[in-house]
Unconditional design. Structure first.
Length: 522
């Protein structure tokens, strides 16, 4: 078992999220993993890995974790109960050969957790018996190795300089990943701690401690700058850089007046995808994972990540600009939700609910699952029967996405819709079938005053009105005339104005790409 501790001198560098992503990546790649939260003063690993049932139980003070296990060692003479009684098995995709167990800190943020932590701190301050904290954490590590037999134990360590953080990094760990921002105080603190770790005493059975550095939250344009290169040289060869996701800390910095809303939206979306991809690349390079297994894990996690961002993005992009849209609110989304049907069960990667997901009366509107080798139509049929959702979206490699409607007739194999983009809240409110974006359905919606679909209709009108130079556009003059006639019959003055605006020939607002090798049609 290799124990890897994740440490940061200061907070806000993405340490806990990196632990969670590393744990999931390794498990999906076929490895046996245990994730241990030893950031007892500010625990959060369960927020990243556990399901809603565990989170609800933590709020009620019903979850046990590392604090409770350590307390039992100080307060009782009996052997501590099995760690499996406090560990949480993290749901993984059906075809995953690996496993992931989470040992949370405890029932944070409930009052019961803080009372238990205070009792533990009291023992550590005043009653240094039974070997104290060192023996307690070594016994915890040994029990984890004995009961779970993991290949990797990933420890989310405490920020700053503390006794527990020092033990987690200098004694428990075979390797320490030190995260730091580019801030001078963070870099200097990280250097000092790393020097102390290298000189700290080790157990006779342990190899020399390996230390890796990760500089995080670096703007993409600065990654190859001389300043960052100097930091890498200062920290050493085992230093990697992760780009900054501007959507994470947007409120922490002032935006220059020259930035437009379109630029910021594009930057946030692109930076978020770049950060996630770079994180997965670092994990694959830093841990021994079979190349094919790592690539499958990467494809799955990136597809789900992109989908989550698509669902929550509040802007829609086109050539020359962007427009705001009503995205799915975060409280209506849940990751990793398991459904059962008869004796079978499947885990949805993302579930979109009709109201706040924590409400008992919430019903699934859309089920999203990444499928690797299974038949996608059959998987969709299973979901349509088990979840009774209006829409099922099946993701697969190469950004392929299939939508299935719960409102259409289907047999043993569900039949996919022509729509490929994920429905938004207004689609469920306006369209009888959220997956039906046919010309007829959109025309009817516009006739009823819903201008949200004007851009889709105008785009289809342009596509059907011209023959692409290389076959990129489906020349359908009759369908183009049908769209044009329908838009021309709009009587509401405000809607008519929006029709004219949507059909404007201004190339800045209305450029459309027709296909590979084709020109822009204005």
């Amino acid at each position: 078992m290799e124990t890897v501790a994740f440490y940061s001198y200061k907070g806000g560098v993405g340490r806990t999220l990196l632990v969670a992503n590393t744990a999931q990546f390794l498990a999906v790649s076929g490895r046996r993993v245990v994730a241990l939260d030893l950031d007892l003063e500010a625990p959060g690993l369960h927020q990243k890995l556990a399901g809603q049932e565990v989170l609800d139980g933590a709020k009620r003070g019903e979850i046990r974790g590392a604090v409770d296990h350590l307390l039992h060692g100080f307060e009782s003479r009996s052997r501590s109960p099995s760690l499996r009684k406090i560990a949480v098995r993290v749901d993984l995709p059906a075809d995953t050969k690996g496993s992931l167990w989470l040992i949370p800190a405890g029932s944070a943020p409930s009052n019961a957790y803080w009372l238990a932590l205070e009792r533990l701190n009291d023992y550590l301050r005043t009653r240094r018996t039974k070997g104290g904290l060192l023996e307690a954490v070594l016994q915890l590590q040994a029990r984890i190795a004995q009961e779970f037999k993991p290949e990797f134990l990933l420890v989310d360590s405490r920020t700053g300089i503390t006794e527990l953080g020092g033990l987690a990094t200098s004694i428990l760990a075979d390797r320490v990943v030190c995260l730091s921002s580019t801030a001078p105080e963070s870099i200097e603190g990280t250097r000092v701690v790393a020097a102390a770790l290298r000189s700290a005493p080790r157990l006779s059975s342990q190899q020399p401690l390996r230390i890796d550095f990760l500089i995080t939250r670096v703007p993409s344009e600065a990654i190859h700058s001389s300043a960052v290169s100097a930091l890498i040289e200062q920290l050493g060869d085992s230093t990697a850089v992760l780009p900054h996701d501007s959507s994470i800390a947007n409120a922490e910095r002032g935006l220059s007046a020259s930035e437009t809303a379109h630029t910021r939206a594009n930057d946030q979306r692109d930076a978020g995808n770049e950060l996630f991809s770079a994180t997965l690349s670092w994990i694959a390079k830093s841990f021994p994972v079979h190349k094919e297994d790592a690539e499958r894990a990467r494809r799955r996690m990136e597809a789900v990540h992109r989908t989550w961002r698509d669902l929550t993005s509040t802007s829609e992009h086109f050539r020359g600009g962007s427009r705001s849209r009503a995205a799915w609110p975060m409280h209506q989304l849940r990751e990793r939700v398991r459904f059962s049907k008869a004796r079978e069960s499947r885990q949805a990667d993302i579930v979109v609910y009709d109201r706040a997901a924590g409400v008992s009366s919430a019903k699934p509107l859309m089920i999203i699952e990444y499928v690797d080798h299974e038949d996608r139509d059959s998987v969709a049929h299973w979901w349509l029967e088990a979840a009774r959702a209006q829409v099922v979206a099946i993701l697969s490699e190469n950004s392929d996405r299939r939508l299935y409607s719960g409102k259409r007739e289907w047999d043993r194999r569900a039949h996919r819709s022509e729509r490929w983009d994920l429905p938004l809240p207004h689609d469920f409110e306006i369209l009888p079938d959220p997956t039906d974006t046919s010309v007829e359905a959109l025309i009817e919606s516009v006739r009823r005053g819903h201008a949200e679909y004007l851009d889709r209709l105008v785009t289809e009108w342009v596509r059907c009105s011209a023959s692409g130079l290389h076959g990129g556009a489906p020349w359908k003059p009759r369908l183009a005339r049908k769209i044009l006639d329908a838009l021309a019959r709009v009587e509401d003055l405000e809607l008519a104005r929006r029709v004219l605006w949507a059909a404007s020939a201004d190339p800045w607002h209305r450029g459309m790409w027709l296909g590979d090798g084709d020109d822009w049609l204005e």
